[in-house]
Write a protein that binds this ligand. Structure first.
Ligand code: NZQ
Ligand code: ZN
Length: 423
């Protein structure tokens, strides 16, 4: 199977467009700004402190925002409401956030905030709920349509403060500056980054994640690992302080993910995964680097077209495919990753070591129960042409950093993601 993948990748690379542009290797730590305003309350019963911590910050009326059913079924929403009521904090509720959250519910949330003069948005759920809450918080003090921010990327500081009770470690949205929202009418899924929407409070109780289905646990671990890959592979040379943090987190996720899957009620493993998920994406693991984010762009187009695709599962397919296409821009970087994270012995041939590191990455995701091909996700080859226009709109051309990619390169990477499963 792998021989065929390699052959396909090599053929696709040989027909590349801007992919052949020479990389510029910058050997210094890049300038950066890093903002991290989140107050974390981590551990057993963390969610019981929601009311007191919000009261300390002067909250009077919150929009309590949640997902489909898990937080209601577990009694978490009731516990959070009690905690708010004990402090005399009023709440307006808005449930029903779907995975890959959609702008229509965001608009409903914005209207509720305006109507009820809400002063905090409280998300109870995973990345989808938190992202929906962030978008609501951005739109709540804006006269126009909140989607304007996703289109224009305009920054604003006029954002309602956000608190989060996290129920799935994955997206890292509990501390990140990003929100990603779908607009089904436009068939787009688009990100918006703004430090002003980083949550001010994050309540993280690992016990709340015991109820996660194995697939969601695995997809979450895959997503957080990929947040590190996006940062580790770019066109900047070594930044040891950042790189070592990244590698250490990769090793942690690699070790803890099988532990939580084998023993879902293991508090210690769940706690390590939960805190790792935050560290993987709040930004520290990428400072001083340009970061890449091509693969997240490629995945977001898939979950825009098919909202039932889980983000982490899409990444499990797309990351090894991207790696196959780009590794020759800097095989030594891949060899280094393989040595550090998977303990691969160097062979003296960086390209061969790089390919082994890619094999290990694909096998790691597969060992968690993640798919390896786009067929498994229900995507068809004919879909590739549908993904490209919105990819170009979202990412521009060329995109990525480790290797600058054209839209033809993107098509080639999608094709590799189909080929990965050939026998
Ligand atoms: O809706 P409910 O019933 O709660 O079910 C959810 C959902 O079906 C379920 N779930 C969550 N906590 C649970 C639980 N089930 C049982 N027990 C619990 N404790 O899990 C499913 C997935 O939830 P979701 O919030 O969609 O997962 P995730 O945290 O992976 O978020 C994915 C979204 O985040 C975006 C993704 O693109 C995707 O839209 N991302 C956001 C980022 C950011 N804001 O910084 C960065 C990421 O790269 C990512 O793009
Ligand atoms: Zn992600």
């Amino acid at each position: 199977m792998l021989a065929i993948v390699r052959q396909t990748a090599s053929l696709l690379r040989s027909g590349r467009g801007n992919g052949s542009v020479k990389r510029k290797l910058v050997m210094v730590m890049e300038n950066f700004e890093f903002v991290s305003p989140t107050h974390f309350v981590f551990g057993k019963d963390a969610e019981l402190q929601v009311g007191t911590k919000l009261a300390e910050r002067g909250a009077r009326k919150v929009l309590l925002h949640f997902g489909g059913k898990s937080a209601l079924a577990s009694g978490l929403i009731d516990r959070v409401k009690e905690s708010l009521e004990a402090q005399g904090i009023e709440h307006v509720t808005l449930g029903g956030v779907r995975p890959n959250p959609e702008i229509t519910l965001v608009r409903e949330g914005v209207a509720l905030c305006k109507q009820h003069e809400v002063d905090w948005v409280l998300a109870v759920g995973g990345g989808s709920v938190v992202d929906s809450a962030k978008a609501i918080a951005v739109g709540a003090r804006y006269e126009g349509d909140v989607w304007d921010f996703f289109e224009s990327k305009r920054l604003t500081n006029d954002v309602l403060p956000i608190a989060v009770v996290l129920t799935i470690p994955a997206a890292g949205s509990e501390a990140s500056k990003n929100t990603v929202v779908s607009n089904d009418a436009l068939q787009m899924k688009t990100g918006y980054a703004n430090n002003a929407q980083r949550p001010k409070l994050a309540f993280m109780n690992p016990e709340l994640t015991f109820t996660l289905p194995p697939f969601q646990t695995a997809a979450g671990c895959t997503d957080m690992f990929c947040h590190l890959l996006e940062r580790f592979f770019d066109d900047v040379g070594a930044v040891p302080v950042t790189d070592n943090l990244c590698l250490s987190l990769m090793k942690t996720v690699r070790a803890e993910a099988p532990r939580v899957l084998a023993d879902p009620d293991n508090y210690d493993a769940r706690a390590n995964v939960m805190w790792a998920g935050m560290l993987c994406h709040q930004g520290l693991a990428g400072v001083g680097r340009h970061e890449d984010w091509a693969t997240h762009g490629l995945e977001h187009e898939l979950s825009a077209l098919y909202p039932e695709i889980t983000h982490g599962a899409g990444l499990a397919v797309m990351f090894p495919a991207w790696m196959e296409f780009v590794y020759d821009a800097n095989p030594a970087r891949f060899a280094y990753y393989g040595r550090e994270v998977f303990g691969l012995a160097p062979t003296g041939d960086a390209a061969s070591d790089a390919l082994s590191a890619i094999d290990e990455t694909r096998s790691f995701f597969a060992s968690l129960g993640m798919p390896t091909t786009l067929d498994e996700l229900g995507v068809e080859e004919a879909d590739i042409d549908k993904l490209i226009p919105t990819l170009k709109e979202n990412k521009g051309e060329p995109f990525g950093s480790f290797k600058k990619l054209s839209m033809d390169d993107a098509k080639a990477i999608y094709r590799i993601a189909f080929a990965s499963g050939d026998e």
